[in-house]
Write a protein that binds this ligand. Structure first.
Ligand SMILES: Cc1cc2nc3c(=O)[nH]c(=O)nc-3n(C[C@H](O)[C@H](O)[C@H](O)COP(=O)(O)OP(=O)(O)OC[C@H]3O[C@@H](n4cnc5c(N)ncnc54)[C@H](O)[C@@H]3O)c2cc1C
Length: 359
């Protein structure tokens, strides 16, 4: 009897791991998706779920542009639908990046309608938002989807396609073994053909354990839900000038505003309670953009770690040498939701490439 085909194992059922698992399964591989907790237990379950194409960096924009139509119509792309809320998106560049931002907007304009919009027009587009400043780059078709629902949709499409999803299975040590990778798990050892490591905030620690040099670390993101004193129509936004970002919460009529935290770790932190000092700092930073911020009421928020890279962008790469059967998809630095469709395909392509090399 021939030996059963070894599975490709995806570690971490966040939106990135679930997208990778589906892409691998669609490419005809036997795949197991393992999560220490459950699907979307990590950053993907706490994310803002904002998806937009505009980035200063053209490659980042191309990756996001690959994902946006998929996230806008997930039912068509993967057979399991999640509503997409088109809110529009504003990008406020740092003063020194203004010219680069205008050039990036022009380059993306034909396909994505990105353009600089002055303060007067913004006031018409987004009544009540009361923005200071001269205006911003506007991307009209951006918006958000429930990130937890999107991760669950990918996992469901993966299982429908014949993949195995195992929750509550923690992966410990990884080591190369003959023709594959040995994973120590809470279910016992698993021998995988190849591995996609998509453990989000836990990835830096797992790479440390493998003795691999890397530039990844984990850091918490906190977003606070502010209730404005009057009704507003708000887009999603990134304010590079004031270092805040956010999105509307149509359910409450409020606005989530996030500001970076500074504590870094190698991967021990996950979900944490919202920090009151950080709420104050967020409010202080956002005050210069939103005229009503002083009269707003903070309504709590969300705080969870994500995996960052020193370059500030996620990457999908194969480990070198004896570890070349391990593909890493990590470092998305607070922006991985919108990159998931691209990252999943990129991970599957690297796995296929390694399989072709071995054949
Ligand atoms: C508050 C907040 C707001 C955000 N807003 C946005 C946004 O608006 N737009 C955007 O594009 N991005 C946003 N992000 C970033 C985005 O959510 C993340 O980059 C993305 O969800 C990361 O997905 P992931 O699959 O890599 O990791 P995760 O979702 O963290 O998944 C990792 C999974 O690995 C599992 N795991 C960990 N260790 C192990 C182990 N040893 N064995 C097995 N499983 C393990 C965990 O249980 C977890 O389920 C936000 C993030 C946060 C925290």
């Amino acid at each position: 009897m021939p030996a059963p085909e070894r599975e490709t194992v995806v570690i971490g059922a966040g939106v990135i791991g679930a997208a990778a698992a589906l892409a691998l399964r669609r490419a005809g591989r036997a795949v197991a998706l393992l999560d220490a907790d459950r699907v979307a237990a990590g950053a993907s379950g706490w994310s803002g779920g904002v998806a937009r194409v505009f980035h200063l960096d053209a490659e980042e924009a191309a990756r996001a542009a690959y994902g946006l139509p998929i996230l806008r119509d997930l039912a068509r792309a993967i057979g399991v639908g999640v509503p997409f809320h088109e809110t529009g998106y504003l990008y406020f560049p740092k003063p020194q990046d203004r010219e680069a931002a205008l050039a990036a907007a022009r380059a993306l304009a034909p396909e994505h309608g990105t353009e600089f919009v002055g303060a007067g027009q913004l006031a018409t587009l987004y009544p009540g938002l009361a923005l200071s400043g001269e205006g911003a780059i506007h991307e009209p078709r951006a918006g958000f989807a429930d990130p937890r629902a999107v991760a669950l949709a990918y996992a469901e499409a993966f299982v429908r396609a014949g993949g195995r999803s195992l929750e509550g299975v923690r992966v410990g040590a990884l080591a190369p073994d003959a023709g594959g990778v040995r994973l120590e798990t809470t279910l016992g050892p698993i021998h995988a053909d190849q591995v996609v490591l998509a453990a989000g905030y836990a990835t830096p620690g797992m790479l440390d354990a493998l003795g691999v040099a890397h530039d990844l670390f984990s850091r918490s993101i906190q977003v606070t839900l502010f209730e404005p004193p009057h009704r507003i129509v708000a887009p999603a936004f990134t304010d590079e000038e004031l270092d805040v970002y956010g999105k509307p919460d149509p359910a409450s009529g409020g606005l989530y505003v996030g500001a970076p935290t500074t504590a870094e770790s190698r991967g021990e932190i996950a979900a944490e309670p919202v920090d009151a000092d950080h709420v104050g700092r967020t409010m202080a930073a956002a005050r210069d953009r939103f005229g009503w911020m002083d009269a707003a009421r903070p309504r709590g928020g969300l705080r969870h770690a994500d995996c960052y890279s020193a370059r500030g962008r996620g990457e999908v790469f194969r480990l070198p040498g004896a570890l070349s059967r391990i593909v890493v998809a990590a470092g998305f630095s607070g922006g991985g939701f919108k990159m998931a469709p691209w990252a999943g395909e990129a991970a599957a392509a690297l796995v296929a490439e390694r399989a072709a090399d071995a054949a």
